[in-house]
Design a protein around this ligand. Structure first.
Ligand code: NAD
Length: 273
């Protein structure tokens, strides 16, 4: 299976489709990520706060897959940048992952009131020039936060990772990302399973003989977003990856667009915390 890649604004390529590990317990992370690598995933999305970087690293080490064939993302926790601990936080993550560099390092949430995320951005720029991360980006940034980063930064974020699924599409944020040449990553891309009974999703699944999850994955892929659904179930890890043999029609895509209902599952970035 050839997963398409997207060229980021810094020239690096990212596999458009990957595997996310939020809520994958530390004690099974190695096994679950090993399964994903075996199926063919080459892009893993983790975070310091997920508590499973060691398991992710162990799976990578055991796989024997050459480092340059993998794309690994981790994220800077809010408490670390509030404490001015950004540069040490990435070093700690790298140690846990057993890697010399990550492909992408993200500010996990802006926690915007004191604007400390701007200092954090300058620290990420330094980490990038030191070679500890190839690309740098942000997560849960609203357009106003992107504007502030653009004012103070020398580097434009490569990605902005935000909650996007059929029930919450955040088209305003997607437009702001596009304006800056920032790639959009969709988190909770399957709405954690909560849109699988929706009529347009079920209808497309029947028409193509695929699962509702596979339909929602195609909806993201065909609209150009980067995504990394999570599962700990081996059959689902495999079937979620089997999405390169069919295509949704424009009508099916539009019907899924019609599921927007401001259905936020996570926190609002302005309020957290
Ligand atoms: P998701 O939308 O990927 O949904 C995962 C859940 O959907 C699974 O736990 C399971 O219940 C269900 N599911 C998955 N495949 C299925 C299938 N084939 N059939 C039936 N049910 C299936 O949710 P997520 O884990 O919240 O998001 C994916 C990734 O996004 C995370 O693992 C993490 O890497 C990232 N994320 C980032 C942030 C952030 O703040 N940056 C927040 C949340 C998630």
């Amino acid at each position: 299976t050839a997963v398409p890649t997207i060229k980021l604004n810094d020239g690096y390529e990212i596999p458009q489709f990957g595997f996310g590990v939020w809520q994958v317990p530390a004690d099974i992370a190695e096994e679950v990520v090993s399964k994903a690598l075996e199926v063919g995933y080459r892009h893993i999305d983790t975070a310091a706060v997920y508590g499973n970087e060691e398991g992710v690293g162990a799976a990578i080490a055991k796989s024997g897959i050459p480092r340059e064939e993998l794309f690994v993302t981790t994220k800077l926790w809010v408490g670390d940048f509030k404490d001015g601990n950004t540069k040490q936080a990435l070093r700690t993550s790298l140690q846990k992952l057993g890697l010399e560099y990550v492909d992408l390092y993200l500010i996990h949430w802006p926690s915007p009131n004191d604007e400390k995320y701007l200092e954090a951005w300058k620290a990420l720029e330094e980490l990038q020039s030191e070679g500890l991360t190839r690309s740098i980006g942000v997560s849960n940034f609203l357009p106003e936060h992107l504007d502030k980063v653009a004012e103070i930064g020398s580097v434009t974020p490569a990605v902005n990772q935000v909650e996007i699924h059929p029930a919450l599409q955040q088209r305003d944020i997607q437009a702001a990302n596009e304006k800056y040449g920032i790639a959009t990553q969709a988190w909770s891309p399957l709405a954690q399973g909560q849109v699988f009974d929706e009529e347009p999703v079920k209808a497309a699944a029947e028409a193509h003989g695929v699962s509702p999850a596979q339909v929602v994955i195609r909806w993201h892929l065909q609209q150009g977003r980067i995504l990394f659904p999570k599962s700990v179930t081996p059959e689902r890890i495999a079937s979620n990856f089997d999405v390169f043999g069919f295509e949704l029609t424009d009508e099916e895509l539009a019907a899924i667009d019609g599921l927007e209902r401001d259905g936020r599952l996570g926190k609002h970035p302005a309020e957290f915390f």
